[in-house]
Design a protein around this ligand. Structure first.
Ligand code: BEZ
Ligand code: FE
Length: 319
């Protein structure tokens, strides 16, 4: 059991009136002061009483309750709140069509992954989802099955193959597969130039659900860390590195769209992924092939290459 949970138990056992798991400081606050603070929470909560959308009301009330608990339990100083406002302002200023600092913030705080967990509970043997990230683009080029999605991006060639099926094992022909990844220098095409397209493509599965393509063996890379999120990571002693991965988005008319990645087994970053995206079921063996090993499609390759199999199972749309 972690310290946080044992701490909560201690508070509960001693009959404390503390709010939440981290209310050490609130214990020191006088009863009168607690009444002042709680009255404000109650007033703000009541201000949503005439909101006609019940879901919006539920979200706003819960947000206010949690936000006030955070302020009260940490005894947040005015200077700290001003720093937080400044942080969000700078996140807004650095955000544009290509750079999305708020997604980075959500990702590095685990909020993206927790939202995915809540919305993608295990369903039969369906493939697990993970973070979308900020580097997907709508207009990735189409390739034939067996084609090369790297479009000249630097990196070790990797043969990727597998099938797309539903949870009953039925092959899903005509499923659209979008793939995208960083190159060997740790950069996505759009980080060089918003209009550049490389190391990304889409393709469609065959009638038997199979797919195959050439990509790049994934390598770890840092998330963009030259903005406020990077400063936050540095301040708390965390690395910006993402575990090496290859992104997939798979859609089919009869299935729920899946957003996921595969991660090479043995990656040194692995579970220390800066956005908490790694799941055991998504770690795959990328088999490195020696120089001169014949390729599946007869392509001539000078150096080493790798190969991986990723069989994808989609949840039915009504599942
Ligand atoms: C990515 O995998 O592309 C990514 C995910 C979260 C934050 C930054 C990048
Ligand atoms: Fe990525």
């Amino acid at each position: 059991m972690s310290d946080i949970y044992s701490d909560t138990e201690t508070h509960l056992e001693s009959g404390s009136t503390l709010v939440g798991a981290h209310g050490r400081a609130l214990r020191e606050v006088s009863a009168e002061q607690q009444t002042v603070e709680q009255t404000l929470v109650d007033n703000v909560v009541m201000s949503f009483v005439s909101c006609e959308d019940p879901r919006l009301r539920e979200l706003m009330v819960s947000l206010v309750e949690h936000l006030h608990s955070f302020i009260r339990e940490t005894r947040l100083t005015e200077g700290e709140w001003a720093t937080a406002i400044d942080f969000l302002t700078r996140a807004g200023h650095i955000t544009d069509d290509v750079r999305q600092e708020f997604i980075l913030l959500s990702d590095t705080l685990g909020a993206s992954m927790q939202t995915i967990n809540v919305n993608n509970q295990a369903y039969a043997d369906a493939t697990e989802a993970t973070v979308f990230g900020p580097f997907f683009v709508e207009d990735a080029p189409g390739i034939e099955l067996g084609g090369d999605m790297s479009f000249g991006a630097p990196g070790e060639p990797c043969w990727v193959e597998g099938t797309v099926r539903d949870t009953d094992g039925k092959p899903l022909g005509g499923a659209r597969i979008e793939v995208w990844e960083a190159d060997d220098d740790g950069l996505y095409d759009v980080q060089y130039d918003a209009g550049k397209r490389a190391a990304r493509a889409h393709m469609f599965t065959e009638r038997d659900g199979s797919y195959r393509f050439w990509g790049l063996t994934p390598t770890p890379y840092p998330i963009p860390d030259d903005g406020p999120v990077g400063q936050m990571l540095a301040a708390v002693g965390r690395s910006p590195l993402r575990a090496a991965h290859l992104h997939f988005m798979v859609s089919h008319r009869s299935a729920r769209t899946l957003v996921t990645h595969i991660f090479p087994e043995g990656d040194p970053v692995g579970w220390k992924d800066s956005v908490f995206g790694v799941k055991k079921s998504l770690i795959k063996k990328f088999d490195r092939q020696r120089v001169g090993t014949p390729t599946p499609d007869g392509r001539a390759i000078d150096g080493t290459w790798s190969r991986v199999r990723f069989d994808i199972v989609l949840v039915p749309s009504d599942g």
